[in-house]
Structures are given as C-alpha cells and as structure tokens.
Design a protein around this ligand. Structure first.
Ligand SMILES: Cc1ncc(C[n+]2csc(CCOP(=O)(O)OP(=O)(O)O)c2C)c(N)n1
Ligand SMILES: [Mg+2]
Length: 396
C-alpha cells in the first residue's frame, strides 16, 4: 500500500493528497476502482420556529395539560437559576452553572421520563433534576458543598452532578448495560453532556459500547456553542455533533434545542426506541449558553454581546409561550399567577434550607458506593478519628 501511495504522490504535482480522485496503482497498468461502501446523512429537526410558528405536518399531539406542565417546568428552571445566581452573588451558595436559554433541551426530555428511567446528568440541568425528583433543598445542599446534595434522592433514579466532563456518559452506558442484562422492562437511561464533552475520550468510549451493546440509553448533547471560553469550532472540526454517532452506529439527530416541540418528538422517539430494544440514540440539541459558564467566569472576556443578543429571540420560553397563547390555552394573567407560584415555591425552599442546613461530612462514605467495603470503612474510621482530634484541638 505504501508503494501505491508513493506512486500516486509522484504522479501528483500537488503535495496534498486528494482521496476523491486517488487511483492506487498496485501493479503496472492495473487500476483499482474506488467503491463507495456507505453513505451517511444527518437530519435536523425543528417544529416550532423562532417566531413561535408551528409546522402543522410535524406538530405532535400533546394534551394541553402536558403542554402547560412542560412550560411550567421550563419557567421553574429559569426562575430557579435566576434565584441561584442572586444567592451566589450574596455569598449564600457556592459556584453555580446556570442553564438559562437551554431549558427546552433538558426539561423536555426529563419530563418524558418515567420513574423507572435513570437520569445521569452533567452540571447544567438543575431543572431536569427537579423534574426527576431532586428537591430544591437537596440542590441547595449541593451548591453549598454539602455531601447531602450528592445523595440519590429517595425513590428517584438520579445520579449526582458529574463535574468530570464526559465521565457521566460512561456511567449512563454502564447503567444501560445493567438494565439490559437484568432484563428490566420499560426503563431507559437519559444522559446529558455538553458540546465540549464530545471531544473527551470518555464520550467516545461510551458511544462505542452503547453501540456494541445496544443499550437503552439516550445521549443528549446540549450543544450550547461554548466549553467555558472555548468556542465549539475550536474544539471539534465535526460539522455536527450528531454525526459523531455514525462511527459507532448510534443513530444521531440534530435538533433545534430551543424548540420544545422538536425536543419532545426527538426525545420521545429515542426513549421508545431504547425501551423497545432498538438501542441507543444521540441527540444533539443545538442551543446557546446565555450566561456565564459558572459564577466563577466572566464571558465578556472572550465573547461579544452581539453573539449573545443574536440568540435572545430564540429563547425557548418565549417560543413556548407564543405557542400556548396561539392555541388559546394561555394568557398573561395565567402567566403572572404561575410565575408568582413558582417564585413562592423557590422562596420557601431557600427559607427551609437556610433555617436548618444539615451537614454530616462523613456521609461521603455512605453515598459513594452501593455496598460497604472494608477499605472504605477503614478510611471512615480514620477520618472520624481525625475529626475528633481536630475538635479537641479547637476546644483546647
Ligand atoms: C475531564 C475534565 N476536564 C476539564 C474540566 C474543566 N471543565 C469544567 S466544565 C468544562 C467545559 C465543558 O464544556 P461543555 O462540555 O460544552 O459543557 P457546558 O459547560 O458548556 O455545559 C471544562 C473544560 C473538567 N471538569 N473535567
Ligand atoms: Mg458547551
């Protein structure tokens, strides 16, 4: 093969090989015809456009109560994030990563999950966590660095926040494998990660085994165009993130991630495929991070206001509200009432948390592994002894 390439290079006047026009000469005078063995394409789904206009042919039939409920959750996610940002600025919580602008991309899939499904998130979908059963008080424990915030909420299938970019995709595929192995019916795993995570080895390993094992996993990439200060085009040359599924035979679709209806259709189909033995799906939700990466970041250092403002009219909440109003099931009065209710719920959770934040630093030994292990138990004993010594020193 090497000699064939050299022969081609010699024939070519250019240094760059153009594989489209390559003819390999193995023996003098013999042409090896080039065959196309596979062709691939990537689909893009949008149903509700930026002006709130719906494509009637693609419009899913969703009961009014579900439409309103999904909208309420997206508003809850927005209000919750805004409140957390204020609390952080007042020194009442630690670092926080808001998902403002990305609510459709994570709240809608979370809404479609059932109690047997597992959610394996990153760090930018507080709304989805609340939908799946995490309490606001628990979230507040997490944002204050208390281990209680990492405990799996009683009766719900949510893994703790994954700060390690991309690692959660492996956990999701592992859980998916377990569901399949144990023949658990009507259950799937939904995992969230960012565009930056798809440049990590963990993502590719997870995708590989998701394909090989045909696990019931829905992999949702919230492509918000930025990985902290790195724009999407500087960390991958792929024209779409969805096409990264092709290499692993994982069906991928690119979706307008700010379109709640498109997210509904794509996530529903992916969950149904997973639960009927059809294997994994990769959904690229094209969206935008409207705020800072986290409260520890200043995005004005690396991106322009014009870029951010260009995305403002594409807001998923505005779009959903317009859709509901056009369907005659929503009004400004209802909106006001709902916002007041949501804010009250958040106020109460903050008040409850601040009135009695419980904190046991040894809890990490209870929640890290499912089963007890002697080495870990030894570490617990050592840790508690150290703490007791420290307490004595403080007293002395
Ligand atoms: C393995 C690893 N590398 C680096 C970091 C530091 N880090 C935290 S978030 C982040 C960017 C993630 O970008 P993306 O996956 O697009 O998610 P987004 O923050 O945009 O939601 C980086 C590099 C980390 N937490 N883990
Ligand atoms: Mg990102």
């Amino acid at each position: 093969m090497a000699s064939a390439l050299i022969a081609y290079e010699k024939k070519s006047n250019k240094n760059k090989l153009k594989f489209d026009t390559v003819k390999f000469y193995f023996n003098k005078g013999q042409n090896m015809p080039k065959k196309i063995t596979n062709r691939f394409s990537v689909s893009y789904l949008q149903i509700l456009d930026e002006n709130g206009k719906v494509d009637k042919k693609l419009e899913p039939k969703i009961p009014d109560k579900d439409l309103i409920s999904m909208y309420r959750w997206m508003v809850m996610a927005r209000e919750f994030d805004e409140r957390m940002l204020k609390l952080q600025r007042q020194g009442r919580i630690g670092t926080f990563g808001p998902s403002i602008g990305q609510e459709a991309a994570h709240c809608i899939p979370a809404y479609l999950m059932n109690e047997k499904d597992w959610m394996v998130g990153a760090f930018r979908e507080a709304g989805a966590r609340l939908i799946r059963g995490e309490t606001m008080e628990q979230a507040l424990h997490f944002y204050n660095g208390y281990e209680e915030g990492n405990a799996k909420p009683e009766g719900s299938n949510i893994l703790p926040v994954s700060i390690i970019v991309g690692a959660q995709a492996l956990h999701a595929v592992g859980i998916g494998y377990s569901l399949k192995y144990r023949k658990v019916k009507d259950a799937a795993v939904v995992t969230f990660f960012g565009d930056g995570a798809t440049s990590e080895g963990d993502f590719h390993e997870a995708m590989n085994f998701a394909g090989v094992w045909q696990v019931p996993v829905v992999l949702i990439c919230q492509n918000n165009q930025w990985a902290i200060s790195l724009p999407r085009h500087k960390q991958t040359r792929s024209a779409t993130i969805a096409q990264k599924g092709i290499a692993y035979d994982v069906p991928g679709i690119q979706v307008d991630g700010n379109d709640p209806l498109a997210m509904y259709v794509a996530s529903k189909e992916a969950l149904e495929r997973a639960k009927s033995g059809g294997g994994p799906t990769l959904i690229e939700a094209v969206t935008f991070r409207m705020m800072m990466h986290t409260t520890a970041d200043d995005p004005t250092k690396y991106r322009t206001d014009e870029e951010v403002e260009g995305w403002r009219p594409k807001d998923p909440l505005i779009r959903m509200k317009t859709y509901l109003i056009n369907k005659n099931i929503w009004s400004d009065t209802k909106e006001e009432e709902m916002r007041a209710e949501v804010k009250k719920e958040i106020d109460e959770a903050v008040k409850n948390f601040e009135a009695n934040p419980s904190f046991d630093s040894a809890l990490v030994f209870d929640h890290t592994y499912g089963n007890k292990h002697y080495t870990f138990e030894e570490e617990r004993t050592e840790f508690l002894a150290e703490r007791a010594k420290e307490a004595e020193n403080v007293k002395a």
